[in-house]
Design a binder for this molecule. Structure first.
Ligand code: 5GP
Ligand code: MN
Length: 316
């Protein structure tokens, strides 16, 4: 069984690295920190690589122990990728992953490519962090309040605050359990989901002012440029959640947001169920979940816009 292999590899490894995707969201950060703290409890020190720690997650336990890519060792015995569907998602850190003697992927994306030596993937889980609960129980790690806070962060952010259809009884059983242990669930909810930075607010004003309604108002389109982000002094993570504003408008089936990056335009798609946006994004080499997915388009803004809209239309 994969879990036995994972346990065995952790026991054997003298050096472990934890990796997650670029522009890490709450699930990426929460899962990585939870695993990092769990390994400490297990008597293992790991290197946790997070290139940019978004401001909102800096309050989490051990958040200040994350390292930059440059600080990584040339080779690890074991590399564990969390919340990544493909090796390409570990953007910029593929070499660290490939150089490791043994690799593990723990993830909840249906589109996961089973790219590691051992793959523990559960597409039914609403967050990668929720998968960790079962793994920790299996390998005998106690879910402390610190680990609980990190897992909860992943669950809250990836379920939109317990509201997506992906939630399961375990989501609430776990939340009830850590609430009874003294974790301030309300406070974490507020910090990771409710409170927005001023830059986020200004960026959402720009994006909503530009919002276009297409195909009988079933598709919305907007974008954010580097210049916009510079103007509002955006920090990593400040764009999170903006695409959801449009998805929540009555009658909208798919909301599209393009965000300018060094690689082109990063598309974020959200669906209300009719269109599988993971399928749409896979056409462009991306992926995700049926109702939340992304990909990178290496064209001009106008070309990227036309290409992604055409594919959404074809799936409507
Ligand atoms: P977001 O729009 O918040 O960046 O991402 C939504 C979902 O799609 C997340 O589950 C994320 O992991 C996935 N996703 C975003 N971009 C990509 C991508 O380029 N490739 C793949 N495979 N998944 C992506
Ligand atoms: Mn996730």
């Amino acid at each position: 069984m994969t879990l036995d292999n994972i346990l065995e590899e952790i026991k054997k490894a003298n050096s472990i690295v934890l990796l997650t995707h670029k522009s890490p969201d709450g699930d990426a950060i929460g899962s990585s920190l939870a695993f990092y703290i769990a390994l400490k409890q297990f008597g293992k020190t790991a290197d946790l690589i997070i290139e940019e720690m978004p401001r909102v997650y800096k309050f989490l336990p051990c958040a200040n122990e994350a390292r930059k890519i440059e600080e990584a060792k040339p080779q690890y015995d074991l590399a564990i990728a969390l919340d990544c569907a493909t090796e390409q998602r570990i953007e910029g850190q593929e070499e660290i992953f490939e150089n490791a003697k043994v690799t593990i992927s723990i993830d909840h994306h249906e589109s996961n490519k089973m790219f590691a030596d051992y793959n523990f993937v559960n597409p039914a889980a609403p967050a990668c962090a929720q998968i960790l609960i079962g793994i920790f129980e299996y390998i005998g790690i106690e879910i402390t309040t610190d680990i609980g806070a990190c897992i909860l962060t992943g669950i809250i952010t990836d379920t939109g605050g317990f509201k997506y259809s992906t939630i399961s009884p375990e989501t609430f059983e776990f939340t009830a359990h850590i609430l009874s242990k003294g974790v301030d669930v309300s406070d974490i909810y507020k910090k990771v989901l409710q409170i927005k930075t001023r830059s986020h607010f200004k960026l959402s004003q720009i994006a909503t002012a530009r919002l276009e309604f297409l195909e009988d108002e079933k598709i919305t389109f907007t974008y954010i440029t580097k210049e916009d982000e510079r103007k509002v002094e955006a920090e990593p993570g400040d764009h999170e959640g903006i695409v959801e504003i449009a998805r929540d408008i009555e009658g909208v089936e798919v909301a599209i947001l393009l965000r300018e990056t060094d690689e082109g335009f990063k598309a974020s798609l959200r669906s209300n169920g009719k269109v599988n946006v993971s399928d749409v994004c896979m056409i462009f080499g991306g992926g995700g979940h049926p109702r939340a997915a992304g990909c990178t388009l290496s064209y001009s803004l106008e070309e990227s816009k036309q290409k992604i809209i055409a594919q959404v239309k074809a799936n409507l």
